[in-house]
Design a protein around this ligand. Structure first.
Ligand code: UD1
Length: 416
């Protein structure tokens, strides 16, 4: 029962909600924390399931962790006690466990990482990660489900990424931060989480320039010094609450946001007719009189984020017209379609394209969260649906949304 959310729809959401720290920035920064000896303190880390699994992996490899009274997380690293191997049991629960590869190579010159395998949103290869790390001198071998990597004589190098992969950019930055010489990553990912990782590493003494652009230059540092760092707010959580106002006909102030990170989402929400205003406290979203259809293409940042595609689809399900959504990043992001159809949505999928025909209302139904963002989209659909929606597998949603139930209730939703 604990794994099921019950939502009675039809209430406009009103009020304010505070966004938590960014999951994807927090996870990579937790992995990078093993590169500095001593105590790292991370503020604004969200208390979500993915972070809890990352803590278990940190403990498994020999770091000590503890939540402090002020809600910060302390990670204490004694390099002589750190093991450079992640286990299948924990790594399989969290794709981001692959980020220990670059961190371990950077600080210890060796790593054995359980292959993350495919997942619910599509095949997630690591060829670009490996290509970049090899350019910096790592030798790698894949055997029995593990990536074995060691770098006996690492050296700075130029790496061109065929696709601006977030994880590959992060792994290469981490290894390069401790690799002698200069490394240059071309066609790097530009996501805000990459900038946060670079800022964190620089705060420890790394020399990384250009994060947030497509060319990142890293001068290897001999040593990094542990310190205190605050994670940026989660732009995807923020975007989800912004849509919750637009879809339910309400008005919500979303606090603790960095508005520039949200520009692609704001632009599309405005096209649907919602009123979006930035003020000193955050972003206010007020639903328009009706929802206009819009077309969406997911792209690497600063394009429209794939992590917001499902939530936007939920909104467009009740628009007055038809919208076309093209998913360019992950091939399986349309699993949500069958679940939304159970609620009365009209959607057709052809390859990477979905055509959403707006309907006048969604109806409560029993549905299943197939992945984290699909789960968030079902929550949004349920908030506006007639009657009660029962969302099974809600554990997926708790992987990425801190205190989701309480936050929704505080905005006036009926959620159990
Ligand atoms: C990260 C985010 C995820 C987000 C995604 C895209 C974390 C923990 N997760 O995932 O929430 O949806 O960025 O913004 O930060 N690819 C390859 N070869 C590789 C690596 C990736 O072909 O070596 C492909 C993938 O199959 C996918 C695309 O590149 O089609 C994007 O993946 P990537 O940017 O690497 O996403 P992640 O880092 O896994």
């Amino acid at each position: 029962m604990k794994d099921t959310l019950f939502i009675k729809g039809g209430k406009p959401l009103n009020g304010k909600v505070r966004v938590s720290g960014a999951k994807n920035a927090g996870l990579v920064i937790m992995a990078a924390s093993i590169m500095a000896e001593g105590e790292t303190i991370l503020d604004n880390l969200p208390r979500i399931r993915d972070v809890e699994v990352m803590i278990q992996i940190l403990n498994e490899i020999g770091a000590q962790t503890r939540w402090n009274e002020d809600n910060s997380l302390s990670i204490i690293v004694d390099p002589s006690k750190i093991k450079t191997r992640t286990s299948y049991e924990l790594a399989k629960r969290l794709r981001a466990s692959n980020l220990f590869l670059g961190a371990m190579l950077g600080c210890s010159g060796e790593a054995v990482i359980s292959m993350p395998g495919g997942c619910d949103i599509g095949s997630r290869p690591m060829d670009l990660h490996i290509k970049g790390l090899q350019a910096l001198g790592a030798q790698t071998q894949i055997e029995h489900g593990y990536i074995y990597a060691c770098a006996n004589t690492p050296g700075g190098a130029r790496v061109y990424l065929d696709f601006p992969s977030v994880g590959a950019t992060e792994n290469i930055i981490m290894m390069a931060a401790r690799t002698p010489g200069t490394s240059i990553i071309e066609n790097a990912a530009k996501e805000p989480e990459i900038v946060d990782l670079a800022n964190y590493l620089n705060s420890m003494g790394a020399r990384i320039r250009g994060a947030g652009t497509d060319v990142i230059k890293v001068e290897g540092a001999q040593k990094l010094t542990a310190g205190r760092y605050a994670i940026i707010p989660d732009r995807i959580e923020a975007g989800t609450y912004m849509i919750s106002a637009a879809i339910t006909g309400g008005e919500v102030l979303v606090e603790n946001v960095i508005p520039t990170h949200l520009h692609p989402i704001i632009a599309k929400l405005q096209e649907t007719g919602a009123r979006v205003e930035e003020n000193d406290q955050g972003i206010v979203v007020k639903a328009g009189p009706y929802i206009r259809p819009v077309d969406i293409k997911t792209l690497p940042y600063p394009g429209f984020p794939t992590d917001m595609q499902s939530q936007m689809m939920a909104l467009l399900c009740i628009s007055q017209g038809s919208s076309i959504i093209v998913e360019n990043v992950f091939e399986n992001r349309f699993q949500i379609v069958d679940e939304l159809k159970r609620m009365g949505a009209k959607i057709k999928v052809e390859g990477h394209t979905a055509v959403v025909e707006g309907v006048s209302k969604l109806c409560g139904a029993r549905v299943k969260a197939t992945d984290l963002r699909a789960g968030a989209a079902l929550v949004l659909g349920a908030l506006v649906a007639d009657g009660e929606t029962e969302i099974d597998n809600a554990i997926h949603i708790f992987r990425g949304y801190e205190n989701l139930t309480d936050k929704l209730i505080s905005l006036g939703a009926e959620v159990k």
